[in-house]
Design a protein around this ligand. Structure first.
Ligand code: ADE
Length: 250
């Protein structure tokens, strides 16, 4: 997978894309990440990339020419078909379903906007628009990092163990179950008995039950979208009874 990031601030992305999981994936060649400075595509001595908005008002708007030249160069660079994404709070919300779809691409170009936005005419030169959440960050760079990270996790070989992405929150439409490690007693708080049982089926059942109840309590919207099996319904009822009992006891 090749990710190309078009940005005015390549150094903002250097460390986040070079450390930990992404750094290792790049070193081993499973993913390739290139940043391109949009300013290199701007004309004139000052290589100006932004200008005042028509109609007046505060802030600057990114000019179309450097952005579109950068996009066109990226599209022409490889024989693979590029999927060009504009990062903007007005785009489609990034969720695990979209992440899975993007993981099937082979060349993703991310266009990072800055200032008040990009000239509207740039939209015609991209394939889709993506937002990482209903809030505004100062530019597309943090959003690009999030997208590259989330998509890379799904590429075989990026995570040490191929099954670990499957257990992630959202991958089956549920939040993940809780995790525990040593010590067995932390300030009086113990490990759930099922996890100490050594019985794989019992542990799997406990994890499924916890994922279900956690999702119901925290993200009812996710649970409502799922078709639960009879076994899931039963586990959920059990979990609710256990909670009620614990509440009564305390
Ligand atoms: N640029 C600014 N805010 C953004 C967001 N929420 N998603 C993607 N790009 C952005």
């Amino acid at each position: 997978m090749l990710f190309e990031i078009l940005t005015l601030f390549p150094s903002m992305l250097e460390a986040p894309l070079s450390e930990s999981v992404l750094g290792k994936a790049r070193e081993s060649g499973i993913i390739e990440v290139r940043t391109r400075n949009i300013r290199d595509f701007a004309e004139g001595r000052h290589r100006v990339c932004d200008d005042a908005p028509y109609g007046g008002g505060a802030g600057m708007v990114m000019k179309p020419e450097p952005l579109v030249s950068a996009i066109e160069e990226s599209r022409a660079r490889t024989s693979r078909e590029a999927h060009v994404i504009l990062l903007t709070p007005q785009g489609r919300l990034l969720d695990q379903r979209l992440v899975e779809k993007l993981a099937a691409e082979s060349h993703i170009v991310l266009v990072c906007g800055r200032y008040e936005g990009v000239d509207e005419r740039v939209r015609e030169f991209v394939d889709s628009e993506v937002s990482v959440g209903d809030y505004v960050v100062s530019g597309g760079e943090p959003a690009a990092w999030i997208l590259v990270d989330a998509v890379s996790r799904l590429i075989p070989g990026v995570l040490g163990n191929d099954s670990s992405a499957e257990a992630d929150s959202f991958s089956q439409g549920l939040l993940e179950h809780p995790h525990y490690t040593r010590p067995p007693d932390f300030r009086g708080r113990k490990i759930p008995e099922d996890l100490l049982s050594g019985d794989h089926a019992r542990i799997a059942k406990w994890r499924r039950k916890q994922a279900l109840i956690r999702t119901k309590q925290r993200r009812r919207d996710l649970l409502d979208r799922l078709e639960l099996t009879d076994e899931d319904q039963r586990l959920l009822e059990e979990a609710e009874e256990e909670l009620a009992r614990n509440e009564e006891a305390s």
